[in-house]
Design a protein around this ligand. Structure first.
Ligand code: FAD
Ligand code: NAD
Length: 463
């Protein structure tokens, strides 16, 4: 097979890699992308998109079930709903398929050459790819590693049989009667909540003293309350020990042993970078723990080799990978770019949702700032009342001396859509007065954002 020589080779077509290749192509850089499985990567095929589809279907089912139980104050009554999970999964697969073709179309439109197969490094400038038609050698001036991450496996609970990762959980054809989730982080709680809504009896086993340990207790409280309302049993400070038949053996926070009967055990204890088995070790790139070490231009320790996305560490989020991919493409095309983002917003699609951008009050204090904090509850927001979801709040953290906004957090139904307003405010260097002086449309949940700023300034209008 003839060798391909190009200016830029991107390994992995997840959100980091495909964005990098599209932008490079747009800028006229001669670009090749190699993908071992499917364009779109974890996010599009087995992550963000399929999980949000399942979460939405579960939310709709639970809403209708609630009405059927005659508990709805809206005056709507319906017959008992049924869910055909195989159909739900087929609908989800349809969305994934559409987006997958969309990504391939965008790559072609940007004149990026797509090679299907697993890439293996020969040296810092050359890879070989096992394709369906033989080994393809690709030589490039610059290589971008964007091979992402994979689920962490617990040695005493290997994947297989009843023990599943998020990938299998997103393609189940029947609803497990008893689902035990090991790890009460992002995936465990997003998917655990969805399965509880479609009828599973769910237990969450979390090793630390709080679910979603990356968020502060105040933000997590409404989520914990809703989990309890949905009948989800949450065991914090508990350790999974292994299987006993089809039950999960755990040690509770009190040191007692307990067996949790389960049809499926979903293990979601984090993800690890995909660094092994494809010749990366031979390049001997500097590491930051398990991840590849990068600088503020996503350069690794080897000249001409960049890395982006999950393989470079936390936060392992699709929009961070995309932003890094876009920046690296511009650098390769000769533009002056540097990673100068003020914040990377994060959304947890639990019920209610959590959004964070910038610093929490504790993080701001730990960095030595004197701060003022404004918090506005959704139970004082008209739109929240009309939508029967008054749980939660918006909180703003600002410097006490200048009112410069350092961080914004919210928990509440649908607050994921406020994430861009929060990130924009921080990126633009907004002060509390800027947010307070911006007219926010009525009636919307976003008024809570303006009111939180007013509260921090000492003159909230609706509380
Ligand atoms: P990936 O998306 O992992 O893509 C890497 C690609 O490289 C893969 O397609 C892989 O096949 C390919 N590859 C690997 N090795 C090779 C090789 N040697 N040769 C060729 N190709 C190779 N993030 C969010 O921001 N929002 C969410 O709502 C969200 N939800 C998630 C839900 C779940 C269930 C999971 C698992 C993750 C979720 N994430 C979410 C995280 C998000 O999916 C990742 O942060 C994102 O996919 C990282 O992008 P990436 O490009 O770095 O890697
Ligand atoms: P996570 O880091 O969010 O949560 C893992 C949880 O497992 C933690 O709470 C941890 O304390 C707990 N844990 C670790 N070992 C344990 C053990 N032995 N027993 C019990 N609990 C244990 O990881 P995740 O949920 O697997 O998700 C992986 C990554 O994917 C996230 O960090 C995030 O970057 C990304 N993700 C993002 C979204 C989103 O943006 N909405 C959604 C899903 C996944």
């Amino acid at each position: 097979m003839k060798e391909i020589v190009c200016k830029l080779l991107v390994i992995g077509a997840g959100p980091g890699g495909y964005i990098c290749a599209i932008r490079a192509g747009q800028l006229g850089v001669d670009t090749v992308i190699v993908e071992a499985v499917k364009a779109g990567g974890t996010c599009l095929n087995i992550g963000c998109i399929p999980s949000k589809a399942l979460i939405h279907a579960a939310e709709e089912f639970e809403k209708v079930s609630h009405m059927a139980s005659a508990k709805s104050p809206l005056g709507i009554s319906v017959e008992a709903p049924k869910l055909d999970l195989a159909k739900t999964i087929a609908w989800k697969d349809g969305i994934v398929g559409r987006l997958n073709s969309g990504v391939l179309g965008l790559l072609r439109k940007a004149r990026v050459k797509i090679v299907h197969g697993r890439a293996k490094f020969r040296d810092g400038k050359t890879v070989e790819v096992e394709t369906e038609t033989g080994v393809q050698v690709i030589r490039a001036e610059t290589i971008v590693i964007a091979t992402g991450s994979e689920p962490v496996e617990l040695p005493f609970l290997p994947f297989g049989g009843p023990v599943i990762s998020s990938t299998e959980a997103l393609s189940l054809k029947t609803v497990p009667q008893k689902l035990v989730v090991v790890g009460g982080g992002y995936i465990g709680l997003e998917l655990g909540t969805a399965f509880a809504k479609i009828g599973s009896k769910v237990t969450v086993v979390e090793a630390t003293s709080q679910i979603l340990p990356q968020y502060d207790a105040e933000l997590v409280k409404p989520v914990a309350k809703r989990l309890a309302d949905l009948g989800i049993r949450v065991l914090t400070g508990a350790k999974a020990k292994g299987l006993s038949g089809s039950a999960l053996l755990i040690e509770t926070a009190e040191g007692a042993e307990e067996q949790l009967a389960a049809d499926k055990i979903l293990v979601t204890v984090g993800r690890k970078p995909r660094t092994e088995g494809w010749g990366l070790d031979e390049l001997d790139l500097d590491r930051a723990g398990k991840f590849l070490r990068i600088d503020d231009r996503c350069r690794t320790s080897m000249r001409g080799v960049h890395a982006i996305g999950d393989i470079t560490g936390e936060p392992m989020l699709a929009h961070r990978a995309m932003a890094q991919g876009e920046m690296v493409a511009e650098i390769v095309a000769g533009k002056k770019r540097i990673w100068d983002k003020r914040c990377i917003p994060a959304v947890c699609f639990t019920d209610p949702e959590i959004v964070t951008a910038g610093l929490s009050p504790d993080e701001a204090r730990a960095q030595g700032y004197e701060i003022r904090v404004g918090q506005f509850p959704f139970n004082a927001n008209g739109r929240a009342m009309t939508m029967l979801s008054e749980e939660g709040f918006v909180r703003i953290v600002a410097r006490a001396d200048s009112n410069l906004v350092l961080g914004i957090q919210a928990v509440g139904s649908g607050v994921s859509e406020l994430s861009s307003a929060f990130a924009l405010a921080i990126e633009m260097g907004a002060r509390l007065e800027d947010i307070a002086a911006t007219i926010h449309a009525h009636p919307t949940r976003s008024e809570g954002f303006q009111e939180a700023a007013l509260k921090a300034l000492g003159h909230a209008l609706h509380i």
